[in-house]
Design a protein. Structure first.
Length: 105
């Protein structure tokens, strides 16, 4: 998949993953990497930005094996952002599909 396409939706996908519950950093990076074929190097700066922008909260939780893990929780501001981005994505993809159907004839 095109790298620019991925960058454009990575924030939406990360926010959406946390709607289902809290997750730790590696888990988020792994899930996003498997679905969108993005590297951890692209995900961790995004998590840091979403945290600093107030869309996520972070806390440490003991791990059954190894050191404590940093977990992320979506905030109310993050939920609002996810909803906004999803609406924008749906409108954008709808318009692109219409364009492709009309111009691709």
């Amino acid at each position: 998949m095109n790298t620019q396409f991925k960058k454009g939706v990575l924030e939406l996908c990360a926010l959406t993953l946390l709607l289902g519950g809290d997750r730790y950093g590696y888990e988020l990076a792994d899930m996003l990497g498997k679905r969108l074929a993005v590297s951890e190097g692209a995900v961790y700066p995004l998590l840091k930005r979403l945290l600093s922008d107030g869309f996520f909260e972070a806390y440490l939780r003991e791990s059954p094996s190894g050191p404590a893990r940093k977990y992320y929780r979506i905030t109310l501001k993050g939920r609002d952002r996810q909803k906004q981005l999803l609406e924008q994505w749906n409108e954008f993809s709808r318009e692109v599909n219409i364009f492709l159907e009309e111009e691709g004839k």
